[in-house]
Design a protein around this ligand. Structure first.
Ligand SMILES: Nc1ncnc2c1ncn2[C@@H]1O[C@H](COP(=O)(O)OP(=O)(O)OP(=O)(O)O)[C@@H](O)[C@H]1O
Ligand SMILES: Nc1nc2c(c(=O)[nH]1)N=C(CO)CN2
Length: 172
């Protein structure tokens, strides 16, 4: 069994519903189990700034899939939920990024893990710090909690993830 962290983002349409539906579809995949999810945060757009605010969250999953098969699964969910993206870093109904996969380092055109931009993104690190504060960045030589505490600007707690009881598998 592998452990992965997936970042979810949406800034078009019913943003919360896209996150909820994506979480449902992730958990509905027989090879993926949602273990934990962060709260949802409202975040100022980074990169291409002339677009609406995002909702972002991070989920921890367990999976029997390989990293590339997990990417195929997350891309299928993006397609199913009607993702359309015309501008790089621009508006999207749903974006799913694989942040970490066990302790793997992958550097291909199709897939890079750890996600190459995650350590500089408050919209990733703040939610990730809620569920994985002790994860250590070999790139930054700091934990996620340390990185996130220095990087709160533009990220506002929005609400708990309301699917928490339905989709998160607990030990009991
Ligand atoms: N860790 C990863 N998770 C998801 N996609 C990845 C990852 N590494 C590489 N990719 C590749 O990135 C490609 C483009 O991703 P996408 O369109 O989501 O970029 P973006 O959301 O505009 O930018 P960003 O990757 O900075 O969030 C995907 O087709 C995928 O093959
Ligand atoms: N706040 C915020 N900004 C972004 C986001 C995102 O999810 N949240 N995703 C991007 C994709 O590259 C670019 N900019």
């Amino acid at each position: 069994m592998h452990k992965a962290y997936i970042a979810l983002g949406s800034n078009v349409g019913d943003r919360e519903n896209y996150l909820q539906e994506a979480m449902k579809l992730l958990d509905a995949d027989a090879s993926i189990q949602v273990i934990q999810a962060s709260s949802i945060y409202e975040t100022e757009p980074v990169g291409f700034t002339d677009q609406g605010p995002f909702l972002n969250m991070v989920a921890e999953v367990e999976t029997t899939l390989s990293p590339f098969s997990l990417l195929a699964a997350t891309q299928a969910i993006e397609r199913k939920l009607g993702r359309k993206r015309l501008i790089r870093f621009g508006p999207r109904t749903l974006d799913l990024d694989i942040l970490l996969f066990d302790h793997e380092n992958i550097e291909t055109g199709e897939l890079q893990i750890p996600h190459p931009r995650m350590w500089e993104r408050a919209f990733v690190l703040v939610p990730l710090a809620e569920i994985a504060p002790d994860v250590y960045s070999e790139t930054c030589k700091q934990t996620v909690a340390e990185l996130a505490s220095a990087m709160q600007a533009g990220v506002t707690w929005w609400r708990d993830w309301s699917g928490v009881d339905q989709y998160v598998h607990t030990e009991s």
